[in-house]
Design a binder for this molecule. Sequence first.
Ligand SMILES: N[C@@H](CCC(=O)N[C@@H](CS)C(=O)NCC(=O)O)C(=O)O
Length: 345
Amino acid sequence: MAAALPILYSFRRCPYAIRARLALAAAELRPGLDLEVREVHLGRKPPELLEASAAGTVPVLVLPPEACADLQGADRVRPDSLAVMAWALARHDPGDLQRCGADAAAAGERARIAALIAQNDGDFKHHLDRFKYAHRYPGDDPERHRGAALEILRCWSSALESSGWLVGGRPCLADLALLPFVRQFRLADAEDFDRQSDLAPLHRWLQRFLQGPELGAVMAWPWAPRRPWRSAGWIYHLALADEWRQARAAGVYERSTRGQSLQDVGFIHASGAEQVEATYGRFYADAGEVLLLTIAPDRLTAPLLWEPAPDTGECFPHIHGPLPLEAVLAAESFPAPEPAAGQPC
Ligand SMILES: N[C@@H](CCC(=O)N[C@@H](CS)C(=O)NCC(=O)O)C(=O)O
């Protein structure tokens, strides 16, 4: 049996998750081979993520038991971006991003890196949120926060002036840790950001990342799948879009499978996380508009039984009663449409 891999719970556009993926990639870890990446939808966090980390934020890295036989439960969890970055670079840091040297110069650079990250995660993030997501802070003045964030960016820009890097003339942990947040600030009003002529060194620093291969790699498959990972803690049901619309109007869903009702069959057919594609291929491939319902078993009101299919003996989840709408966490087009080319991150 293949060895279990560390699991990264991630969200494609989250700046904390982006910095974690940048560090994991810098440590030359490969998704699918050295770790499993599970893309999370923040509106419906999988039970496995919440079990690993009650905070329910991403990124979270969960190490397999065999990778750390001497560690217990929570010790196997790296619960935030900085912990994930530290874990990755402690394993392998070919670019010496952490400045591991024992000399005073390396210690000074480590202190500078820590101060930059603290300023980013503290003051800069505070002002960025209140400028970028102004609607969440009614009564606050977004322009004041934009100005305060720009002040910090000017400091960083002067640090970049001599060498193009934040600390010590070559890339370091702080470059990776700040990049996704500066990128977010720019995305909030790119024209205005690009017009700030006193930020020229920062513009060059950001552009180097935006055009370079490292960021592109961690924003694409397999580092950042477009579809959320399917949890083994949920079950799934393929529904005809029209029948789902009727159920929403009626307040309850009572179809069993294509062409058959709950009353005809006695239960509602469903699939486990790994069974959806095969079910679609067998019964729905020519069915027109199909939706994939994600169902939380703990919200069902009828018994859920895993029972063998008569022809193959493979066990499938069966809901022995109506499906309440409250148990459906998501209803999404299936197969998922391809993202439009050039869609912003
Ligand atoms: N301090 C954490 C912060 C992570 C964080 O806030 N992530 C956001 C997404 S960008 C999140 O998971 N929010 C949870 C939610 O929206 O429910 C870290 O460094 O990883």
